[in-house]
Design a protein around this ligand. Structure first.
Ligand code: GLU
Length: 507
């Protein structure tokens, strides 16, 4: 494929970027990069009432944190700007005029209240209110009233412009639209609304601006959320009315709640206690800050890998794929049609895999900033990092995990002591401690051999014996490799800890 492939992410900055939006951005990014094309960020801010500056910043910062950087955007304009719809008003005006002139759009002067009344009446009767070919002449618009009057009314600037849906005169008016994920879809144009394409404030609506911009920005693939599928027929009608070639369309399946029922909503984050935003979001109305994946300690690379797999897979066993590998492997035809469940445990699993691959230096910095590791030389610090790295879900967990080893145990597992502690076991540990003290340069393997032998001679189960020794050193009966812990702490510390624990137990 070529340079001419152009995809865009076109968020409306009315709220923070959630995981679904990030996935849409990512898929667009991956396809554009795989095709050596361009990825464009266009800000769709035609709804001035709902525009939220902070939301726009949240979107940009989130993409930045995730490493999804656009080739063209409001911050990095290319040849097809402006990249913010509120700055393109004049462009839309021109195209709205073209549609009016060609008879594909018309002025409508109906009072909002009157339409609302009609809508309510329909709802009462269990019907949907549609403003289109079947009733448009009964309303107050440039199709139903005389030219001179229309002229006068338009001068007042108090009108909207509606798209005139095609009507064949037949009882059914089926067209076929194509979706790259779902295939061919049949739509009856007779049921489409004459959608407003220009609002009374002179701003275009999403539908018009979106189609005009995709055309002018030479977008080749429109990849967006499933919620826009019902608009596809209208968008295709707009392309036809302008006589433009359509891009390819793909509507992404929903991300479902963890229960698998219904769309994952922003509120589910609070309800289930998991992140739904890449980075933190401060909700002004609630005055509370909601943590994102970043603040909760996730690696951005893990997040990208995780969300890419919600609704897509490469068709083989490989799950840990870097951004470059995702680019290489990604294809629209492996996107699944049905909704995919949001599983935060899977996100943690991805994170763990990425944390394991982090260089020791990263952990060293975390440790140096928070705990006193001056007592350990660099070889021991590396040993502790190597020992713990495999077990961490989040990189900062290394602090708690290393404290569990480096600090003397505060609490001992009482359950184990009550259930399993015996005189023989106590004696074997006393004996081991004496052995270590007398041979203070002895290596952990030798300590292990000696201990196992003693356990055997005293008929003590190896499992119980190991748990007991671990309890003497770190207070718990499970954890990372005990003999590496012994090596890290050194024999004299081990001696002290065992003595202290035995004293506590035998007090
Ligand atoms: N502004 C729309 C949104 O935020 C874009 C939909 C599209 O990609 O066409 O969802």
């Amino acid at each position: 494929m070529s340079d001419n492939i152009r995809l865009r992410f076109a968020p409306s900055p009315t709220g923070p970027l959630h995981i679904g939006g990030l996935r849409t951005a990512l898929y667009n990014y991956l396809i554009s990069k795989k095709s050596k094309g361009k990825f464009i960020l266009r800000i769709e801010d035609t709804d001035l009432k709902r525009y939220n500056k902070k939301a726009e910043k949240h979107i940009l910062d989130s993409l930045k944190w995730c490493g999804i950087s656009p080739d063209e955007s409001p911050e990095k304009p290319g040849n097809y700007g402006p990249y913010r719809q509120s700055e393109r008003k004049n462009i839309y005006k021109k195209f709205i005029a073209i549609l009016i002139k060609s008879g594909n759009a018309y002025f409508a002067f109906d009072k909002k209240e009157k339409l609302e009344e009609k809508r309510k009446k329909c709802e009462k009767n269990g019907e949907t209110f549609i403003y289109n070919w079947h009733n448009r002449l009964k309303f107050n618009n440039s199709l139903s009233i005389r030219n001179e009057k229309t002229k006068k009314l338009t001068q007042n600037n108090n009108y909207v412009v509606r798209f005139k849906t095609v009507h064949s005169g037949k009882s059914k008016n089926m067209i076929t639209v194509n979706d790259e994920i779902r295939g061919k879809i049949q739509v009856d144009l007779n049921n489409l609304d004459d959608k407003i394409i220009c609002k009374s404030d002179g701003m275009p609506t999403y539908h018009l601006a979106n189609v005009v911009d995709d055309y002018l920005m030479k977008i080749t693939h429109v990849i967006r959320g499933e919620e826009w599928l019902p608009s596809l027929a209208l968008h295709c009608q707009l392309y036809n009315a302008f006589g433009w070639e359509k891009p390819k369309f793909a509507h992404l399946p929903l991300i479902l709640k963890p229960t698998g029922t219904g769309k994952l909503s922003k509120r589910d984050g609070e309800k289930y206690g998991f992140p739904v935003y890449p980075i933190k979001w401060k909700d002004e109305s609630k005055k509370s800050e909601i943590k994102g994946f970043k603040e909760l300690g996730y690696e951005s690379k893990a997040l990208i890998n995780f969300i890419c797999f919600i609704g897509w897979n490469p068709g083989n066993e490989n799950e840990i794929l870097s951004l470059n590998e995702l680019i290489e492997n990604f294809s629209i035809n492996r996107i699944i049609k049905s909704g995919a469940k949001y599983d935060i445990e899977k996100a943690k699993w991805f994170n763990q895999s990425y944390v394991r691959k982090l260089p020791n230096k990263t952990f060293k910095i975390i440790l140096e900033n928070k705990i006193n590791i001056s007592q350990l030389n660099s070889e021991r610090i590396n040993k502790i990092i190597e020992l713990l790295k495999e077990r961490l879900t989040f990189k900062n967990d290394i602090l708690i995990e290393s404290n569990n080893i480096l600090e003397e145990p505060k609490n001992l597992d009482k359950n184990f002591i009550n259930k399993e502690w015996s005189k023989d076991l106590n004696n074997v540990i006393i004996e081991l401690n004496r052995y270590i003290k007398e041979n203070h340069l002895i290596k952990p393997e030798k300590i292990k051999d000696y201990y196992l032998n003693q356990l055997k001679n005293n008929n003590i189960k190896i499992g119980i014996g190991m748990q007991a020794l671990r309890l003497c050193i770190i207070g718990k009966i499970s954890g990372p490799d005990l003999f590496i812990i012994i090596e890290i702490l050194g024999n004299s510390k081990i001696n002290k800890r065992i003595s202290k624990t035995l004293n506590k137990i035998n007090d």
